[in-house]
Design a protein around this ligand. Structure first.
Ligand code: HEC
Ligand code: HEC
Ligand code: HEC
Length: 318
């Protein structure tokens, strides 16, 4: 009897915790989740579960279990690692409130003739709005031509077409507009620190940022010409289960092009020097602008030898 009363109490208190959650805040926090679970909580890939319409208490329990390691999954572990209890409750409130996959399918069947883009999840602060339901067809509202003339100021370091010739400076060509816009906003707010870039972004307006991001996003990335190596290849594709390192491929993709909608950047075409510097900066926390500590959580487990090998390997991605 005591046991029953106790579990009732637990059940009731978790229900009230859920009611205090903020679905709108959850929607904002879910930008990262949409790459795999879909912008409307319905996944486009059979590999990833739907979350739309799922019970909120169940979602919270799974996130806690991924965080504690009671449920293991190489992709979800780093997603859950830095979520607070409030984040989990907000995310659960958001996903549980979305119409289920079946309801969404029925609704889209009845409005099949409509050409309206389905709303996507709210982009995090600093992101460019994506005006399309499909990442491949994402249209960025920035003005590419205006971006081109504004990018003259960037050419000395990043190259006229966004392909940098100097290893210290990252290439921007073909990078997702969302990611570029986020980095510029982060340099501006000081969330990402770099003395050179801080000076460059100080005078940029939100409109400049959109235009520049759109211009660089439509330039062509140069393919990697570096040498491959086995240790780096293994880490990139398989991660390191013993150390708890998620495979880079989960977020940066098979050819390193990233996942635009989730804000996972393209890392193809970058120099080894730049890649090593970023991994080391995530590892020691001097770069801390990754949402939920996604990259810091991974980098902290990498040795110098791992960083050397994986950075070298990434330069071979085509
Ligand atoms: C890189 C892809 C990826 C991203 C991004 C991602 N997930 Fe997942 N998620 C998965 C996979 C894969 C599973 C299934 C794990 C398994 O097989 O046990 C999963 C499972 C889950 C589950 C359990 C679902 C169930 O039915 O048991 C929840 C809840 C969840 N994810 C929430 C989230 C939230 C919230 C975010 C964003 C903070 C997120 N995920 C981001 C890949 C991802
Ligand atoms: C004097 C050289 C210089 C100029 C000019 C310059 N940058 Fe940079 N930029 C850098 C350096 C150095 C970094 C890398 C900072 C670091 O190591 O974290 C960088 C990083 C970036 C990043 C982040 C890239 C990534 O992959 O994360 C973006 C976006 C960017 N710059 C955009 C611009 C834009 C837009 C302009 C023009 C308005 C510009 N930069 C002008 C030197 C420069
Ligand atoms: C769970 C998703 C995820 C995984 C797995 C992951 N990354 Fe990342 N990575 C990110 C995100 C998100 C960012 C951008 C953070 C930000 O907003 O600045 C990033 C940024 C980076 C950058 C900086 C890019 C730039 O242009 O400055 C490098 C380099 C990088 N990751 C390498 C790796 C390597 C190597 C691995 C595997 C050992 C890996 N990542 C695994 C999500 C991931």
């Amino acid at each position: 009897m005591k046991k029953i009363i106790f579990s009732l109490f637990v059940a009731l208190s978790s229900v009230s915790a859920v009611q205090a959650a903020d679905a709108n805040a959850g929607k904002e926090k879910s930008a990262t989740c949409s790459a795999c679970h879909g912008p409307t909580g319905v996944s486009a890939s059979p590999m990833f579960p739907n979350l739309a319409g799922q019970n909120d208490a169940y979602i919270i329990k799974q996130l806690k279990d991924f965080k504690s390691g009671a449920r293991t999954d190489a992709m979800m572990a780093p997603m859950a690692a830095n979520l607070s209890e409030a984040d989990m409750a907000d995310l659960a409130a958001h996903f549980s409130g979305l119409p289920s996959a079946n309801e969404q399918a029925a609704a889209s069947a009845s409005t099949a003739s409509s050409t309206d883009a389905t709303p996507v999840s709210a982009p995090a602060a600093g992101n460019v709005d994506i005006v399309s339901s499909s990442p491949a067809a994402a249209i960025y509202p920035g003005d590419v031509a205006a971006g081109k003339s504004k990018a003259v100021a960037c050419a000395a370091c990043h190259g006229a077409d966004g392909n940098s010739l100097i290893p210290m400076y990252p290439s921007l060509a073909g990078q997702s507009a969302n990611y570029i816009a986020k980095q510029l906003a982060d340099f501006k707010s000081g969330n990402r620190n770099d003395p050179v870039m801080a000076g460059m972004v100080a005078a940029l307006t939100p409109e400049d940022i959109k235009d520049l991001a759109s211009f660089f996003a439509v330039q062509s990335t140069k393919v990697g010409t570096g040498e491959s190596n086995e240790a780096g290849h293994n880490l990139y594709y398989g991660g390191d289960a013993a150390k708890g390192v998620t495979a880079c491929i989960a977020c940066h993709g098979v050819t390193g092009k990233g996942m635009k909608q989730a804000g996972f950047p393209s890392i193809t075409g970058q120099s080894k020097d730049y890649l090593k510097k970023q991994l080391a900066s995530f590892r020691d926390g001097s770069r801390g602008n990754d949402n939920n500590g996604i990259m810091r959580n991974i980098a902290i487990k990498l040795s110098d030898a791992d960083i050397e090998a994986v950075a070298q390997y990434i330069t071979s991605l085509k």
